[in-house]
Design a protein around this ligand. Structure first.
Ligand code: NIG
Ligand code: FE
Length: 426
């Protein structure tokens, strides 16, 4: 008797497997993408068990046979930079933004990140968990199956650990894989004003507990005017590396301080934002293995008219990923598809480059390059069936959700369709 698969997806018009490269895809290599047409894939026990032509698939049998109707199928998207766990929201800052009060000025006045810190301190672990689950569901609805999540709205031992424990527990109960980052160095709390070195020591003292409880894989810092300097970031991240953590940097987001150069110098897994990256920073990134995680949604939302220089980065040989930067302040959105449109319109990235940026390179930016962001026989089946005729269609038709079905580790976890009963209308 022939093998019985769990799921067989037939009639795939375009299949992106994203498995042409073993490592991150750098520079001009991002412009060529293999597209397989008229394909089918079969899933068994949570993994991709078979990939072949639609014709060959007619001899296969499965418990659940799905018809992709000639449309696009891709790996589950990888979201490499979010601030997933937080209390409250910041819609009240919209009026300040409209009056032209800059982001860093709002922070200086005790708002911004510090306002979310207050709300996160007040929230219980259960409340934070429920809220994180809500946002994970929404991220999943947009086709995302792997998410990085940062702490950084505690800025004290208790609340930072609370956030990290929430991230760990939602990883255990939600289908999405959550990869955790410690961002205790996200802002200077009021009680440490003028004593930022002491504050960084306090945050470093948490690393042992974080390691013992396996609460985070990465350590990150906000290297920015009025927050942490390049030298403070260098010392902080060097100490985290010496403890065995891989590191990331919020670098050159608003002011061009030289965080991009630092990311390359330290061999950070990723340098994130890089809006103000210098020519030298870009050259150093290209020579390094550090992934540039660009966050055009943040540039859009901060509305300063300045976007990261993705074209120069790609032309010089940098591996670029993109992300929502989902957070309650500078980028309140879970819609990575909208970010793909911004990458096309504002970063001038091609559809091919954009697909590498939300799969292969995003996965490498969180050390998941060998397990996520691709469709390969034997790998866990993270698959999206899209209501789109081809891969260029997603960045083109902007602001909406094109997902038809999301499969995570072989399980159907989201089906985006209306549920009304036609007979009951009118
Ligand atoms: O990536 N810049 C620092 N951190 C976040 C924003 C966090 C917030 O505003 O709450 C960012 O933009
Ligand atoms: Fe961020």
């Amino acid at each position: 008797m022939s093998k019985q698969y769990d799921i067989l997806i037939k009639n795939i018009g375009q299949l992106l497997t994203m498995d042409d490269h073993n490592g991150p895809v750098k520079g001009k290599a991002m412009s060529t993408l293999t597209v397989y047409e008229n394909m089918a894939i079969a899933i068994k026990d949570g993994v991709i068990a078979w990939i072949g032509s639609n014709e060959e698939a007619s001899s296969l049998s499965a418990i659940n046979t799905m018809d992709a109707k000639g449309k696009l199928v891709s790996p589950g998207l990888v979201e490499p930079h979010t601030h997933l766990v937080f209390g409250g929201s910041r819609e009240h800052e919209m009026a300040l933004k409209q009056q032209g009060v800059p982001y860093l000025e709002i922070l200086k006045r005790g708002g911004g990140i510090l306002s979310t810190v207050g709300a996160t301190k007040q929230a219980s672990e259960d409340e934070l968990k429920e809220k994180a689950m809500f946002h994970l569901n929404r991220l999943m609805s947009y086709g995302i199956t792997t998410v990085e999540a940062k702490s950084g709205y505690g800025l004290d031992a208790e609340t930072e650990l609370k956030q990290l424990r929430v991230a760990k527990s939602v990883n255990q109960i939600h289908p999405i894989e959550v990869v955790s980052t410690f961002l205790g160095a996200h802002a200077i709390p009021a009680e440490y004003k003028g004593k930022s070195d002491e504050f960084l020591e306090e945050m470093l003292s948490l690393l042992d507990t974080i390691q013992e409880e396996e609460l985070a894989e990465f350590v990150d810092i906000f290297c920015e005017t009025g927050v942490f300097s390049v030298e403070q970031s260098r010392q902080f991240l060097q100490k985290a590396k010496a403890k065995g953590f891989d590191v990331k940097i919020h670098a050159d987001e608003i002011d061009p301080l030289g965080g991009t150069e630092l990311a390359a110098e330290l061999g950070a897994v990723s340098g994130d934002h890089l809006v103000g990256a210098s020519d030298d920073g870009i050259r150093k990134l290209a020579e390094s293995n550090t992934i540039a995680v660009l966050l055009p949604g943040t540039s859009f939302y901060l509305n300063k008219g300045k976007f990261a220089r993705a074209r120069e980065m790609i032309e010089k040989g940098v591996a670029v990923a993109i992300s929502t930067d989902f957070n309650p302040g500078s980028s309140p959105t879970e819609n990575l598809q909208f970010i793909m449109s911004l990458a096309a319109l504002q970063l001038k990235m091609t559809p091919e480059e954009i697909w590498y940026a939300v799969t292969t390179n995003a996965a490498h930016a969180i050390n998941r390059g060998h397990s996520a962001g691709k469709i390969v026989e034997g790998l866990k089946a993270d698959v999206v069936i899209w209501d789109a005729p081809n891969y260029a269609y997603i960045p083109y038709h902007y602001g909406v959700n094109h997902v038809n079905t999301v499969i995570k580790a072989g399980r159907i976890v989201y089906e985006g369709r209306p549920t009304y009963d036609k007979t009951s209308i009118h």
